[in-house]
Design a protein around this ligand. Structure first.
Ligand code: PNW
Length: 481
């Protein structure tokens, strides 16, 4: 039996991202990012929701970090907003932007919480998109400048640096399906975007190490676990390998073996000749990781599909041809069975274990789980409690899968729950709730959900709290601030 005890020094944290929580979009010298533009374009987000106010963390960070301390968090993963730090993307750096993150770091230091900083969680300064965005090679240089200057600013205060959160989402939701900012549907250029993100990481790694040799630098990859519908049908196996190439190997292979997968380059050859990969690029990418960040939510089953897309399902959980997979029009995502979150994502802790073991094998590096969590239809009971048993059961089962991977030899250094609090869930606006803390968007009051009590107890014991038969809450009313 696996121990329910976490390793010594294991980091227990929660994650957020700048645009999803900060608000204050026109304060402190910040200028618009692609997400301001996207969310203000009618019809692109749920009910036109924007991040203008979000959780008002820009003004409430002291209380929010106090809540982290009350939860017992030993780490906090957040992102710095490029449009606060260098508002135009290529002009002056902004002292007020730096000052805001110094204040955040002051509070974290006060409580002994380790900061894990992401440099890019999707908020590209709008002027850089106007110049072409990530499909444009010049954006790589702008990112490296931003990374170097920002690490220089905080080098005495922050050890853990992530360059990119989920480059898959930036490249393929941003530039292929258009579901995310900047909302472009140009499958061919989305592959150039993916390469430029890898290259920007590689070059930023070198710059960061120059400024701060002991920095621990990572990229955060979102998990895709494609499995063939019929493992005995070679066409389904090929479908699943296509998705694996576009989801995983395009972001793993350049780092581990210094090349892009040959099958990927072959099945996308109608879209691009890959001439955006220039001499020396792959050398600049290979080996530039000190650790790997893993975000995991769910898994997929895919099969070969002939004929027109059968995108007929309600609620997005019927078979669907997704436009976020360039060159894979013949792949069909199958309906997900069993329990699903309000994102329509399935609940598959065994997939988490399998994915962690794969990442361990392929990278051979320490891993931090940088996001894991679930959105559910939270209900506030009459007594004010949010009895989100689905959420703490999800967290329990996934942390248990993590412990199994640790027992099998994966070097996993921490777990960051997504998210500290409910927030702006991108195109879904405020309609999806992932938080440990509930946010009332009318009053900005934060309330501990039962999951927060569950997680606090797990952290206090450094061991999984069983989810059956445990009285999670004291008799007192739920904690609100
Ligand atoms: C991640 N997909 O987003 C992000 O890092 C977070 O900012 C976000 O809030 C969280 O997961 C929950 O969604 C994703 O379509 C968004 O596959 C979309 C996908 C994956 C991850």
């Amino acid at each position: 039996m696996t121990s329910s005890q976490f390793p010594d020094g294991f980091l227990f944290g929660a994650s957020t991202a700048s645009y999803q929580i900060e608000g204050g979009v026109a304060e402190g010298g910040r200028l618009p990012s692609i997400w301001d533009t996207f969310s203000h374009t009618p019809g692109l987000t749920f009910e036109g929701d924007t991040g203008d106010v979000a959780c008002d963390h820009f003004h409430r960070y002291v209380d929010d970090i106090q809540a982290m301390a009350d939860l017992g968090l030993t780490a906090y993963r957040f992102s710095m907003a490029w449009p606060r730090i260098r508002p135009t993307g290529d002009g002056e750096f902004n002292d007020e932007g730096f000052a805001f993150y110094h204040r955040i770091l002051d509070e974290l230091e006060k409580h002994g919480i380790e900061p894990l900083v992401t440099l890019y969680h999707w908020d590209l300064p709008q002027p850089l998109e106007d110049l072409g965005g990530w499909p444009e090679r010049a954006t790589v240089d702008r990112f490296v400048e931003y990374a170097r200057r920002t690490v220089e600013e905080f080098k005495d205060r922050v050890t853990y640096w992530t360059t990119f959160n989920e480059p898959w989402c930036t490249a393929f939701l941003g530039y292929s399906s258009g579901a995310h900012a900047p909302g472009r549907s140009e499958p061919a250029v989305s592959l150039a975007a993916a390469h430029h993100l890898n290259l920007a990481h590689g070059l930023a790694y070198a710059a960061i190490k120059e400024v701060k040799p002991d920095a621990k630098v990572s990229i955060v990859l979102n998990s895709h676990l494609p499995r063939p519908w019929n493992p005995a049908d070679p066409r389904d196996v090929e479908a699943s390998e296509k998705i694996d190439a576009l989801a995983n190997r395009i972001f793993i292979d350049p780092f581990t073996v210094g090349e892009y997968p040959a099958d990927l380059m072959a099945f996308t050859s109608d879209l691009t000749d890959w001439s955006f990969v220039q001499d020396g690029d792959l050398d600049a990418i290979k080996g530039t990781l000190d650790l790997v960040g893993v975000n995991y939510y769910s898994s997929h089953i895919v099969r070969h599909h002939a004929g027109p897309p059968s995108n007929s399902g309600e609620d997005g959980h019927k078979s669907t041809i997704h436009r976020c997979w360039p060159g894979a029009d013949d792949v069909e995502f199958m309906p997900l069975i069993g329990k699903r979150t309000t994102m329509n994502w399935n609940v598959d802790p065994s997939g988490f274990h399998a994915h962690l073991m794969r990442m361990h094998r392929e990278f051979g590096l320490p891993i931090i789980v940088t996001e894991n969590g679930a959105s559910w239809q939270d209900e506030v009971s009459e007594d004010g409690r949010i009895r989100d048993a689905d959420r703490y059961t999800y967290l329990h089962d996934h942390m248990e899968a993590l412990l199994l991977a640790v027992a099998e030899g994966a070097d996993i250094r921490g777990y960051m729950a997504w998210s500290l609090m409910d927030n702006f869930e991108w195109a879904y606006g405020y309609s999806k709730r992932f938080g440990l803390l509930r946010v009332d968007y009318n009053t900005q009051a934060r309330t501990w959900k039962d999951s927060a009590y569950w997680y606090a107890e797990t952290i206090a014991n450094r061991a999984l709290t069983p989810v059956v038969g445990v009285e999670l809450l004291p008799e007192t009313p739920p904690r609100v601030y």
